[in-house]
Design a protein around this ligand. Sequence first.
Ligand SMILES: [Zn+2]
Length: 423
Amino acid sequence: MKILLKNTTLLDMVGNEPNIRKTDILIDEDEISKIEENIEDEEAQVIDIKENLVMPGFVNTHTHLAMSIFRGYKDDQKLMDWLENAIFPVEDKLRPDDIYWNTFLSCIELIKTGTTTFNDMYFGMDKTIQAAEESGLRGVIAWSITDTSIKDKIERTREYHQKYNYPDSKIKIYVSAHAPYSCNPDTIKLCVDLAKELNTGIHIHLAETLQEQAIIKDRYNKTGTEYLNDLHVFDVPVVLAHGIYISDNDLKILKKIKGGISHNPISNCKLSSGICDVTKLRKNGINVGLGTDGIGSTTTLDMFEEMKTAAYLQKINTMEPTSINAYEILKMATIEGARVLGLDRKIGTIEVGKKADMIIINTDKTHLYPENDLCTNLVYSANGADVDTVIINGKVIMQNRKLLNINEKHVKKNIAKVVKRLL
Ligand SMILES: [Zn+2]
């Protein structure tokens, strides 16, 4: 199957400066096979982009998709109070089918706002995989491991890794140790051993709140980063969610990691967690991607909102408006996020030979006019509803804002049943 995108305005996200040009793009099966003007191909399905923008799909580097039912549920609390009193009691009652429907709702939201790859940590991995596959998304998926029922979670991780560990798989299995405060040294060691055995990475929350830092200091007399370093977590690639409280010594340790940090600006604001010093981390050569975190601690899964908030937080944190620019924020949402997940050779830019994960943005909007600078319009003025068409792995998933193979009404009907039973 070939798709020919005619008359595109392409922002390819290659290089350190924006490269915007008029061109055609040919997709052959799952890959981008040609980027040049005036391509003709009789076998291809032609889509006229009408000069609208084509760019790589967004990479959401940290989320918990099954938490969609917690949108607006017992909001405006401290993180630990909210988790212990509102979230954990409901999560204990979640059935596998609930996880499937909750995740599916999030998958729809991701697609409709331009995300093509997500990195998820939760339980019920099989149901998350099912929803990802049926919706068409690319996903890195991990079973969140804490100090309880470890053996079973390790076994499941191993089982699904074996099943999905083939070269062109859209599903990549990671090991997830939940966080330094919820995983004792033995649990962390088991996770490291498993990641080494499977030749994969570890997804973990780190340095999200001052309270967490105090707990780790009290237990081990070290920072969260030092705790993980001493347990050899950084021997394998990592995705570190949040990374707000980083000492100078932590920074030295993190300079050497493979993978990177997932910055979740809206979650950090909503829970008063603090501000991740993205500017400093990036200056030190550490990859920083953007993530939404789960619904509840964030507001939506719209990466446009995260981009805007990330930019504003850096500007206010440094009191310096030049600290980060719109193109750098776009990189964090695409290629840098892909690098954090170890997927940068496959996705994150639009180049010949890469997987065809791309979004088309309708730029003919009042709030995007005039277009003095495309990148600043995207970061500061656009929103998820401007995404018109989504292509993942060479397949059109949404066209003219219509989901082609997903019945959104049916998903919402099932979510309503879960909400009625649990909330
Ligand atoms: Zn999280």
